[in-house]
Design a protein around this ligand. Structure first.
Ligand code: PMP
Length: 412
């Protein structure tokens, strides 16, 4: 919608992020590591504090006022997630600890029910370890095959390779929407259609999509979608698994305990609660869920498309500025990429560059970014990664540029 792609008032936004206004090693902090974890606006900090200060009690358990208030706020947050993802039903939203937790839940419940010896799972070369290792564990236990769709040198998905993978009739396709290392945005909708055509279920790793794209799980038609609260300006320790009702209802529970049962009998055994509670054993991260709901509302208030456009402009400016540096090699240059810039500089190690940037107040991520198969593919030890959020500025891009030049002078 055109009205939402208005430019951000970044200075006003920055005032909402107290953490940004500090010095690191005597220099103003330039925080360029939001793909690892985004900083929190006051609205989110205040929502969590207000809940803890005024309303906390355990949820779904008490008749007393605080418990009812906590339950109302917690379930309201679930509806905020439903609206953010455009899920058809609120019962399709399951609280998890984050993306990793959500993928493990799917592997251990749907996977252990529906995947048997000889069955195949299709992932891609650009997956985060969170979308590799749970499948490897299951594959080892069950005798499954893990196929890998390859990428092109610019970091875009190789659709011929995807098609080869689909031709082997996987039961599950599990892929990232946006790559945390390359910034590549995959055509998730095309992937879902192609996978459904051969009868496969599809899990979309939305960890890097939810903070930077308008996500519509109903339109995407994916079977599962996972993301983490801490990358969408919310707290750590909370995340979301979206699943289609009929798929979730067909899955056994994973963790057993309180909250997830209908009736427990030592004689007759246990029956389970309906979705989503069947998958939410134990006391949940109540304050985290409430603050995540606030974070998602905050993002929508600012405008998800406006945030994405701003981040993409910052990434483009970074590419342009850094490309003048001799020996610069960008890792991930696919068209339409998100606000992530990964690079290596000939003759320097990413860790050394990262440390020298930190000494100048610039926080970037260095290393493999939990994507070792991808980084190995490029024949490099890792990358330096600058990643952007709503609160970053073009001045910060200029600071990064100067800091990289200075670091290289020191290293050479
Ligand atoms: N997938 C992707 C694409 C990611 O970027 C990340 C976080 N770097 C994860 C999964 C894992 O997220 P979390 O650590 O919050 O579970």
């Amino acid at each position: 919608m055109a009205h939402e792609i208005s430019p951000l008032n970044v200075e006003a936004l920055r005032a909402e992020f107290p953490i940004l206004h500090q010095q690191v090693h005597g220099k103003p902090l330039v925080y360029l590591d939001s793909a690892a974890s985004a900083q929190k606006p006051l609205a989110v900090i205040n929502a969590q504090a207000d809940y803890l200060r005024n309303h906390h009690a355990n949820v779904h358990r008490g008749v007393h006022t605080l418990s009812q208030r906590a339950t109302d706020a917690f379930e309201h947050a679930r509806r905020q997630v439903q609206s953010f993802l455009n899920a058809r039903e609120v019962e399709e939203i399951i609280w998890t600890q984050g993306t990793t937790d959500g993928i493990n839940l799917v592997a251990q419940t749907w996977g252990r029910t529906h995947l048997h010896a000889g069955d195949r799972i299709l992932i891609s070369r650009m997956e985060h370890h969170a979308n590799i290792v749970p499948w490897q564990l299951l594959a080892a236990e069950r005798g499954l095959h893990l196929d890998v769709a390859e990428i092109h040198e610019d970091g875009s998905l190789n659709w011929d390779s995807v098609q080869d993978g689909l031709n082997r009739s996987p039961k599950l396709v599990a892929m990232t929407y946006v790559s945390n290392t390359l910034g590549t945005v995959n055509d998730a909708s095309r992937l879902v259609k192609a996978a459904h055509n051969i009868g496969a279920r599809v899990l979309i790793d939305g960890a890097q999509a939810a903070p930077h794209k308008r996500v519509d799980v109903a339109a995407l038609d994916c079977d599962f979608f996972v993301f983490s609260g801490h990358k969408t300006y919310g707290p750590t320790g909370i995340g979301v698994l979206y699943g289609k009702r009929e798929v979730l209802e067909d899955m056994p529970p994973w963790r057993g305990g309180g909250e997830m049962i209908a009736e427990v009998s030592l004689e007759r055994g246990t029956t389970f609660a309906p979705i989503p509670f069947k998958f939410e054993a134990g006391t949940p991260h109540i304050s985290g869920a409430i603050a995540l709901g606030t974070a998602l509302d905050w993002m929508q208030g600012v405008g998800v498309e406006s945030i994405a456009a701003h981040e993409e402009a910052l990434a483009a400016a970074t590419h342009e500025a850094l490309s003048t540096i001799p020996g610069m090699r960008f890792i991930g240059t696919a068209p339409g990429k998100a606000g992530v810039v990964s690079f290596v500089v000939e003759g320097t190690h990413p860790y050394d560059l990262g440390s020298l940037l930190d000494a100048q107040g610039v926080a970037v991520r260095t290393g493999q970014h939990c994507t070792q198969p991808l980084v190995d593919h490029f024949g490099i030890p890792g990358t330096v990664r600058a990643s952007f959020a709503a609160y970053n500025t073009f001045e910060e891009v200029a600071t990064l540029h100067r800091a990289v030049e200075r670091a290289i002078t020191l290293l050479k």
